[in-house]
Design a protein around this ligand. Structure first.
Ligand code: SAH
Length: 494
């Protein structure tokens, strides 16, 4: 029975530590804050108890005494309790108090440090908190308290004289008073200063001014929480080192109306260029029940998607069978269209013999062309392309195509629709995605009737554009080259 005080990092899921991810996956109970990465709990066990202990609806914080009580209560009975906090648990996270309460209650605990916002938001803003020529020390302080309140815990004279970078957490609200205090205590009014809002997140914004002007600039620009303020000459390096905000699609939000593999490749490309991507997964896969094929009668079994693997195993399972229904590898070869499909097979104990490097039908057909195949089974989606079966037949094989699942259009929930409606761009990669999206959104009329700030419509090419027009949605941008690269280029130059 152990309680782990775990840092979840500043917001970018990629900055969670390997240890944090491991503990989240093992935890019986997770007590988490509001400022954790959106996907932080994705890897939690389905039966884990998730307890929210942050601000309730932007209002009152769950009182610290209540959080400590929860930790002790669960720490006494559950094997693994994870207390998940934004950034680092011991940096302005009240992790110290929680650890003390655990010691007092005689409960074992461990601490897993996280990447703290002061370091991470600075780094993502291109501001090195120390620098050989500019800053040999750095101090982290809280701006939570009103500095004009009597009995402030901070020694402003010492901070003003501090020979290095000052990083202020929780300081947006009192920025004006904090800067004024420091200047009054002797810090140079023209010292470069910065604020970084939503550091490491797609909406990250950085402002650089001087200690005297930063508060006014921040309020003009409506900088809001979470934000850190950084005071010191290093902040001037932002202009030169702003690697994140310089990416071509930084600050741009794009909805991707998912058309399976194509959609996720587009999403990855856009994210790599800095865009905030909202996925609108309007199609869902649905297994088609039926008798399991007689696997022993084939010398080649092909899978063209991970879903196909799962759906075939569902059929085996329904018939009381398992992986032993696959014949020995000396008799029957198993082919997977790509690494993801091979992994799905491996998870079921089947090692794929053939996996082309590129996960497309043509590559699989080519990889299979040289094999002596008499009877082949292709387990796949109902509406898939015929490249693989046709190629096998052309090489003399008898081919059974079994549709083990189909894709169906699913209505989008209100939250996703709102998120899509709030983006800068909505992309369509095929005529079918236009039809599917509008069906999922309750029809073109309903979609168009939503708010005035609708995203601009981006089409991959003339066929998709024609479908958009037919549905009453005119494309604002059409890609010049009608593929994913062309669509990305169109967005970058938009
Ligand atoms: N334990 C956390 C800090 C909690 S205090 C850590 O180590 O990072 C909350 C404050 O952290 C916020 O008011 C803000 O000043 C800062 N903060 C947290 N996430 C941030 C982010 N993504 N960008 C900028 N500042 C952030």
């Amino acid at each position: 029975m152990t309680v782990y005080l775990v840092g979840a990092g500043p917001g970018d899921p990629g900055l969670m530590t390997a240890r944090a991810l491991e503990l989240i996956a093992l935890a019986d109970v997770i007590i988490h804050d509001r400022l954790i990465p959106v996907s932080a709990l994705d890897g939690a066990r389905a039966d884990a108890q998730l307890i929210y202990a942050g601000k309730q609806g932007g209002g009152e914080q769950v009182p610290q005494a209540e959080i400590t009580r929860l930790l002790v209560e669960h720490g006494r009975v559950a094997d693994i309790v994870v207390r998940l906090k934004g950034g680092d648990p011991f940096v302005f996270g009240r992790g110290g108090e929680e650890a003390e309460a655990l010691v007092e209650a005689g409960i074992d605990f461990q601490v897993v440090p996280g990447v703290t916002a002061g370091i991470a938001a600075s780094a993502y803003a291109g501001i090195p908190v120390t620098h050989r020529d500019l800053a040999s020390s750095v101090a982290f302080l809280t701006g939570h308290e009103d500095p004009d309140k009597p009995g402030s815990a901070l020694d402003w004279a010492a901070l003003a004289a501090f020979p290095g970078t000052l990083v202020v957490y929780m300081g947006v609200r009192h920025l004006q008073a904090i800067a004024a205090r420091l200047i009054a205590a002797g810090r140079a009014a023209d010292e470069p200063a910065a604020v970084v809002q939503s550091g490491t997140l797609p909406g990250q914004r950085t402002l650089v001014a001087t200690l005297a002007t930063i508060a006014a600039r921040a309020s003009e620009a409506r900088i809001g929480a979470p934000a850190i303020a950084i005071f010191g000459p290093v902040t001037a390096l932002h202009g030169q080192l702003r690697w994140l905000e310089r990416r071509p699609l930084h600050g741009v939000s794009v909805a991707v109306t998912r058309a399976r593999e194509q959609g996720s490749r587009l999403a990855e490309r856009l994210q790599a260029l800095g865009a905030a991507v909202i996925l609108a997964p309007v199609i869902r896969t649905k297994s088609l029940p039926g008798p399991p094929p007689d696997l022993g009668s084939y010398d080649l079994i092909c899978f063209t998607s991970p879903t196909g693997v799962e759906a075939l195993f569902e059929r085996l399972d329904a018939a009381g069978l398992d992986a032993r229904a696959f014949p020995g590898s000396e008799r029957t070869r198993v082919a997977a269209i790509g690494p993801a499909t091979a992994r799905a097979l491996a998870a079921r104990g089947i090692r794929a013999d053939i996996v082309p490097a590129q996960a497309v039908g043509e590559a699989l057909a080519e990889a299979l062309a040289g094999l002596p195949v008499a009877r082949a089974l292709v387990a796949r989606a109902r509406e898939a392309r015929d490249v693989v079966p046709e190629s096998l037949r052309a090489h003399g094989a008898e081919v059974d195509v079994v549709a083990v699942y189909e894709t169906v259009v699913e209505p989008l929930d209100e939250q996703t629709l709102e998120a899509v409606a709030g983006t800068d761009y909505i992309t369509f990669t095929a005529a079918s995605t236009v039809r599917n999206f509008l069906a999922a959104a309750g029809g073109a009329q309903a979609w168009l009737a939503r708010g005035s700030a609708r995203p601009r419509v981006v089409s991959i090419g003339p066929v998709t554009s024609a479908e958009l027009r037919a549905q009453g949605l005119s494309p604002d941008i059409e890609a010049q080259s009608h593929d994913i690269d062309g669509l990305v280029d169109a967005l970058v130059s938009a």
